[in-house]
Design a protein around this ligand. Sequence first.
Ligand code: ACO
Length: 284
Amino acid sequence: MAEAAVGGDPEHAPETGEGSDVSTVSAAAPAEIGLRCEVDGEIATVTLDRPDKRNAQTFATWSALARIGDTLPERVRVVVVRGEGPSFSAGIDLRMFTPEGVPGQESFASAAALGDTELERLIAEAQRGFLWLRRPEIVSIAAVQGHAIGAGFQLALACDLRVVADDVKFCMKEPALGLVPDLTGTKPLADIVGVPRAIEMCLTARVVGAEEAVRLGLAEIAVPAGELDQTTRDLVAALLATDHAAATATKRLLRAAPGRTLEEQAAAERAEQVARIRALFASN
Ligand code: ACO
């Protein structure tokens, strides 16, 4: 098994992409990032690894996530996102709400002093950590047990699929803390459960358990906690059994479908199929 990236090592600070804020990672201690990524052939496993703090996330976690997306080997087809310990993630590190913040990183108090452009750039860099999980070339699976609160819920929502343990507790807590969910979670949530249910869930910050999550389509399957890893492995194996190019083209079609008319989608199906037929059957 090859180690692809370990967030938190200052020597492995992320590349400076447009809008990125390298300082949030390079100044952060590894313990504050709490993330590791292992690549085994076509499978990458991203693990939130700060169980003693219920995998609370910071700006440095999100920059490290973006870096994993930037450096993911091309051979990777499935990305599993999981959390060590009893909770997938208790969301944003609550120290970010304090004046002292997390050592070496922005707190909300220091971020509030930034200009609008700089502040939006900081948020954009955080969002970059989540956006790559939707790439057509990969299928991302969140394996979720225990609490998935705020940023934890949004990280699960950033993945294509969710496998949950029967003790899962999803909660979108941001509005209750005076914020909006801004880690790319509002669109998948509204797309999956519908706008009225999304408003109800977000504005009451109530907990959604396993049975309801499956019923609403927030999870593909719920299993006893002891079976979470094996169920995830089985799903990974089933996904890998499908031709990669066909899977990529199909995911590209499905992801774009909600934003298109039937005619547009039919045209997109034709274009993808022409490429597939040529790839499969064209004579040399
Ligand atoms: N930020 C920082 N530390 C945290 C967080 C967090 N979000 N969540 C838990 N921890 C720490 C606790 O302070 C505690 O640390 P300590 O052992 O040094 O005292 C440790 O993790 C364990 O937490 P407990 O509360 O003892 O664990 P328990 O399993 O009983 O409860 C729960 C888990 C329900 C998740 C609880 O910790 C909690 O409510 N956390 C805060 C959740 C929250 O409001 N997150 C923000 C969401 S909004 C957003 O993400 C933008």
